[in-house]
Design a protein around this ligand. Structure first.
Ligand code: C2E
Ligand code: MG
Ligand code: MG
Ligand code: MG
Length: 292
């Protein structure tokens, strides 16, 4: 919705706060328009725990069903979003949509977590907690510990003095955090030490080649054991083959996400996918070798 000055107002139904975001470029303008027109949607990718043989979560991944250009992936528009005033309104749209979905899944007896990617700008906007509380009140059916906020270690997250208190307040509300793309930032170990994230997600660039690259394997093993030392759970992303899954199970990394399990899928495909999923027998065998 626009006001008389041509500024765009963004409003998420039933949120207590109304955000005003001023358009700064035609592209930003178009993204706001797309959100208002319902062109943005979320796909979901399963996260599984193979030692328990369970689907533990679904990560929400934003897509833009562009009327002319077709289905666009976040790589083509999220950099602009994350570096502009769109970070908050788009973040609120994602949060709201993911919680609508989580509420629906829970009503169907599906009780996995929902993973939501959060931009640093959104986290640091000064009213993140206020909005989060409003959100939790709006979705009382979704327990806060079913909400897993994924934050990427990046230069944008440099201001730890600002970020850590926000995270700690969210933790008090029962929210979980995952440190996404772990290992790609310039100060990973500082983040590991200072950010209260329950889960470390090893970046896919380290995971992809562990079946043929001994250095990558050593890195993934080291991050897994480091995470254990810090009492964090560890997830490997970018698991593209069954063989990679088996190796991960052997080295004690039991949470996985990747094309070998499933590509991201539309929300309405998730329930039947979950019903049909079972872990690869080799993975479970590899797990048992280590743990029993
Ligand atoms: P991410 O959070 O690290 O998500 C993982 C990305 O890797 C996703 O790409 C996913 O589709 C892809 N992927 C998953 N498994 C595999 C695999 O086995 N092999 C390969 N090659 N790729 C795999 P996608 O959906 O294009 O998203 C890219 C990035 O965009 C995300 O990285 C995240 O940083 C950002 N993003 C996505 N949705 C949102 C959102 O709603 N909000 C924010 N702030 N960022 C988002
Ligand atoms: Mg993520
Ligand atoms: Mg990632
Ligand atoms: Mg990423």
């Amino acid at each position: 919705v626009r006001n008389h000055k041509g500024e765009i107002f963004w409003y998420v139904a039933n949120f207590t706060k109304i955000d005003k975001e001023i358009a700064q470029s035609p592209q930003i303008d178009r993204i706001m328009e797309g959100i208002a027109n319902g062109e943005f949607l979320l796909h979901y990718q399963p996260q599984v725990d193979i030692s328990r043989g369970m689907v533990i979560g679904m990560e929400a991944l934003i897509r833009w069903q562009h009327p002319e250009e077709g289905l666009l992936f976040p790589g083509s528009f999220m950099p602009l979003v994350e570096n502009s005033d769109l970070a908050t309104p788009v973040g609120k749209f994602v949060m709201h949509s993911a919680l609508v979905q989580a509420r629906l899944w829970r009503s169907q007896g599906l009780d996995f977590r929902v993973g939501i990617n959060i931009s640093p700008r959104h986290l640091e906007n000064g009213h993140f907690i206020e909005d989060l509380i409003a959100c939790l009140q709006h979705f009382p059916e979704v327990p806060p510990d079913m909400i897993d906020l994924e934050i990427v270690e990046s230069a944008a997250l440099e201001n730890l003095d600002k970020v850590v208190p926000v995270m700690e307040e969210a933790l008090r509300l029962g929210i979980r955090f995952t440190l996404d793309d772990f290992g790609t930032g310039h100060s990973s170990l500082t983040y590991l030490q200072k950010l209260p994230a329950k889960t470390i997600k090893i970046d896919q660039s380290f995971v992809r080649n562990i079946h043929e690259n001994i250095n990558d394997l050593a890195l993934v093993e080291a991050i897994t054991s480091l995470s254990n030392t810090f009492q964090r759970e560890v997830t490997a992303e970018g698991v593209e083959s069954l063989q990679t899954g088996t190796i991960l199970a052997q080295i004690g990394c039991h949470q996985m996400q990747g094309y070998a399990i499933s590509r991201p899928m539309p929300a309405d495909k998730v329930a039947s996918w979950v019903r049909g999923w079972s872990p690869d027998p080799l993975w479970q065998k590899a797990t048992r070798t280590i743990w029993t």
